[in-house]
Design a protein around this ligand. Structure first.
Ligand SMILES: [Zn+2]
Length: 175
């Protein structure tokens, strides 16, 4: 019951930076499909792609690693994640980890805090097992690690942090 695990309040307010994540619409659509195809179970996916010198990333790969999927949580092992990384071009960096929640609650649980594979990537939580609800990023929890805490960005910050763009993506499902 991950939503019953309460987190502490943020020690400092979130401070927006300048780095942006460029998200092709096709990557967003593929992510919704991967999460929805898990049915009434939580599931996770990873976004990878190149990063420029200013830290801006562009999603070029959407992958669902091997994982355990349950109604209220999911788990990806380090080995399963390594299987994904092994398939990627060398200049691709991890950009974001995505997972679904059963209902509208999209904040991190304390379990989620520990499940994110890196503190240098974004963590997104999609509501209603990945069902498309409204225009991105409305209703989606966008989290960024800063000053020792996974901050849940407000809509303004999330909109500035992630921009929808055109472009091609590779999609793989290893579940
Ligand atoms: Zn979660």
């Amino acid at each position: 019951m991950e939503d019953e695990l309460e987190r502490s309040v943020p020690p400092f307010p979130y401070e927006p930076g300048t780095a942006r994540l460029f998200l092709p619409l096709k990557a967003l659509e593929a992510t919704h499909q991967l999460l929805q195809s898990a049915g009434h179970r939580e599931s996770g996916a990873m976004w990878y792609g190149p990063k420029d010198a200013d830290g801006n990333g562009t999603v070029r790969y959407v992958g669902a690693p091997r994982q355990q999927m349950r109604r209220r949580n999911y788990h990806v092992s380090a080995e399963a994640l390594a299987e994904v990384v092994y398939r990627l071009p060398e200049d691709y960096k991890p950009l974001a980890q995505v997972h679904s929640h059963p209902a509208e609650w999209v904040e991190h649980s304390s379990y989620d805090d520990t499940m994110v594979s890196s503190q240098r990537i974004l963590s997104l939580v999609f509501p209603f097992y990945g069902r498309e609800m409204s225009e991105f990023p409305h209703g989606i929890g966008v989290h960024e690690w800063q000053n020792g805490y996974w901050h849940c960005l407000d809509l303004d910050c999330a909109t500035r942090r992630i921009s929808l763009v055109d472009g091609e993506v590779r999609v793989e499902d290893m579940r």
